[in-house]
Design a protein around this ligand. Structure first.
Ligand SMILES: O=c1ccn([C@@H]2O[C@H](COP(=O)(O)O)[C@@H](O)[C@H]2O)c(=O)[nH]1
Length: 279
């Protein structure tokens, strides 16, 4: 059997064809309410299916936030499984935003859940937390390589609280975030057209020129919309690495539902703004 095409190559093709925008599927209770849905499993299912049907044939990436599904227990997780399957079938790549991270032996079980192509929760990529040490992510890196999936490692998150951990200075004088970026660059070395191991770097963070963002992998950039960043901020935040940025917006698009055309128009506006900013 031939090796699966790596996530980085699939993502680059999707970004070239559709533009780099990622829309998050974050079924907040308040959004369910605004859409006229009950805050229950049926509401969750309707919300997710409407978003997938409106957007999966046009945006490069959809990013379900697992927490909003898990809050409904096993029935919510079943909706998450269907959401991923339907989004992928309709042509979008799916980043599972579950931010898993643990000691290596347990990380292997997370990898089996999200990165094994035979798992019901398999997605094209998974967000992971490296704060038990980057080395503890090894089982996820191996599983992703085997299945052609990707990882997005939390490096510089969009929230202000992340600073105290991520910008802490290590014994060798480098920051924790810079160390994570260096590990990613090592793992992506030589990959073409793009490595499969990306970083999460918030679009909210202002000038990041003190960090080497040239990791030869994608940079998932949440924070656009509800958290205050705009597509126009991207060049100043990411500098030359902006070509590898996957700008991500959730509530900024979702608040325009439940009408599918409202969701599509909003995503198209963000996509246009991203295109204008990157030109
Ligand atoms: O640094 C990070 C990492 C992940 N997120 C997630 O992205 C979305 C953002 O939602 P908005 O509605 O666009 O604010 C959400 O799922 C976060 O958990 C992030 O914001 N920052």
């Amino acid at each position: 059997m031939s090796a699966p095409e790596p996530f980085g190559a699939r993502l680059r093709r999707a970004m070239d064809a559709r533009g780099p925008l990622c829309v998050g599927i974050d079924p907040h209770a308040s959004l369910l309410h605004d859409w006229g849905l009950d805050d229950d499993v049926a509401g969750l299912e309707r919300f997710s299916r409407t978003t997938v049907e409106a957007l999966a044939d046009r945006v490069a990436v959809l990013k379900p936030q697992a927490a909003f599904f898990e809050r409904f227990g096993s029935r919510g997780v079943a909706v998450l499984e269907r959401t991923v399957t339907e989004a992928r079938a309709a042509g979008a790549l799916v980043i599972m935003d579950a931010k898993r991270g643990d000691i290596g032996s347990t990380m292997g079980a997370y990898a089996a859940a999200f990165l094994d192509a035979d798992s019901p929760l398999f997605a094209d990529a998974l967000t992971v937390s490296p704060y038990l040490g980057f080395g503890a992510l090894a089982p996820a890196l191996q599983a992703a390589e085997a299945s052609g999936a990707g990882l997005f490692v939390l490096a510089l998150t969009s929230n202000p609280e992340g600073r105290e951990v991520q910008r802490a200075v290590r014994d060798d004088g480098t920051t924790v975030a810079a160390t994570m970026l260096r590990h990613l660059a090592e793992h992506n070395a030589g990959a073409e057209p793009l490595g499969s191991f990306g970083a999460v770097v918030g679009a909210t963070l202002g000038d990041l020129s003190s960090f080497d963002l040239a990791v030869n992998g994608p940079l998932l950039a949440p924070g656009i919309g509800a958290q205050g960043a705009t597509p126009a901020d991207l060049p100043a935040v990411f500098g030359p690495a902006v070509r590898n940025v996957v700008p991500s917006v959730s509530r900024g698009v979702l608040r325009h539902g439940p009408d599918p055309s409202g969701l599509r128009d909003s995503a198209a506006r963000f996509a246009d703004e991203v295109r204008a900013a990157l030109d």
